[in-house]
Ligand binder design. Structure first.
Ligand SMILES: [Zn+2]
Length: 258
């Protein structure tokens, strides 16, 4: 059989079993130990137990392919990604300097971003992602993932996490186990900021905190108190900004909890 004939046949069989996900979804899969996995040709880290993860961004393409290699034999699984619609969110009353920062704070902002980026580049092979997630704080959802944001009338980049409004001092707990990968007392936008590394390229961030009760490098279990809700950094009221990221791709935290 010529390759020209074989290829459409393979494609058809892959599509017949397409897995359907949605934009903003974090996907955790499992293969037998020793199997290698690629997403759209990019190799994914696989844990000893065979767990792998990838995130589909806010504007993820409609189609993708997962390739697995067992004993030198490749098989392909098509992904289909459902498109989402995102609301527009207008926030007024933010201090002008937090919306259009003075040039002098540019260095501080890029230092903050560098630290956050270094955590997101983590390649740890931990296996905490196999369990389900819980909400880090109970409260009203005041900002959703993906929303187009207009701050004090100025269009800004889309919201890359979820905002949960709660009284200042409300406990924030770890939604899933992880290792404390960043503790920062005062970032320009996110104020008192904590990040957890959950392994396989997945990290989470907790911003605007009033207090942080854990230390860098600490292993935290699901439900363990991380600190409290505050309004440090760029915030109009006490709330938790909770973000979950796979490598540099932001995913929707609310899709992770029941
Ligand atoms: Zn937010």
């Amino acid at each position: 059989m010529s390759a020209a004939v074989l290829f459409p046949a393979l494609l058809m069989s892959a599509w017949a079993h397409a897995s359907t996900y949605q934009q903003g979804q974090l996907v955790v899969g499992q293969v037998e130990p020793g199997v290698q996995v690629w997403l759209n040709g990019q190799p994914l880290p696989v844990s000893n137990a065979g767990l792998y993860a990838f995130g589909l961004g806010r504007n993820a393409k409609a189609n993708g392919v997962i390739t697995t290699r067992r004993a030198g034999v490749d098989s392909e699984q098509a992904l289909s990604v459902t498109k989402r619609r995102y609301p527009e969110q207008k926030i007024n009353g933010l201090p002008a300097k937090k919306v259009t920062p003075d040039p002098e704070v540019g260095q501080r902002i890029s230092a903050d971003n560098q630290q956050i980026g270094a955590v997101r580049a983590s390649q740890s092979q931990a296996e905490w992602l196999g369990s389900s997630w819980i909400m880090p704080v109970q409260g009203r959802i005041s900002g959703v993932y993906g929303a187009r944001r207009i701050l004090n009338g100025v269009p800004k980049s889309p919201h890359n996490g979820v905002d949960i409004a709660a009284a200042a001092g409300t406990a924030i707990v770890a939604p899933i186990a992880g290792r404390v990968a960043l503790v920062h007392e005062d970032m320009f936008y996110t104020g008192k900021t904590l990040m957890l590394d959950h392994g396989l390229g997945v990290t989470s961030v907790y911003a605007h905190m009033q207090s942080i009760n854990v230390h860098f490098g600490q292993l935290v279990q699901q439900g363990e108190v991380l600190g409290t809700v505050g309004q440090t950094g760029r915030a109009t009221g006490p709330h938790l900004h909770w973000g979950v990221t796979w490598q540099r791709t932001h995913v929707d935290p609310l899709l992770l909890v029941d």
